[in-house]
Design a binder for this molecule. Sequence first.
Ligand code: ZN
Length: 230
Amino acid sequence: MSPDLGAEVTRLREQVATLHGELVRYNLVAWTAGNVSARVPGADLMVIKPSGVSYDDLRPDNMIVCDLDGAVVEGDLSPSSDTAAHAYVYRAMPEVGGVVHTHSSYATAWAACGESIPCHLTAQADEFGGEIPVGPFALIGGDDIGKGIVATLSGHRSPAVLMRNHGVFTIGKDARAAVKAAVMCEDVARTAHLARTLGRPVPMAREDIDSLYDRYQNVYGQPGVSSATP
Ligand SMILES: [Zn+2]
């Protein structure tokens, strides 16, 4: 590994370890479920969580470096059991720099029902540009989860997919953007659920959703600092 690549991997080990703490902080994970990965720019590599390690014990030095076929390049532990899905997304979607998976309660409840989340909120229009879609049922292990994520999110504005009977996968330009999408997806899923229990959520006009999405993705935030997802 060249010195430049080594420095980049060191930076991403720290970032990915720290971002796992955000999953805990936002109450998106139970026990050791959930994982974050980051693509190593300029190399066919990614940094991902080790399998079955407590969130309290995740550190930069026990993150795993894998190639984009999921084979371990650096690390003593096994990588996350969802590594194949992350690797498939990086191979198929070159614009993606970060992937997150959680079973966050409200979003996963929608996945259990096999229902996409319709856009009834300006915050959802901002972040997701419309509905948050449902992806197919897929068993863990091979490429089926990755294929389902890519098939659902390719050409879709949403950076989040609710994989049926399973949970949430999000993508972003980097790992932080993918974590933000996971946090916002759970927030939207919770409010959408509450709205349904209160009554019948009011539909939004397509042109209003488009206008909100465009403003948030292109104008919102501090000049020169992108806060939008992905
Ligand atoms: Zn899962």
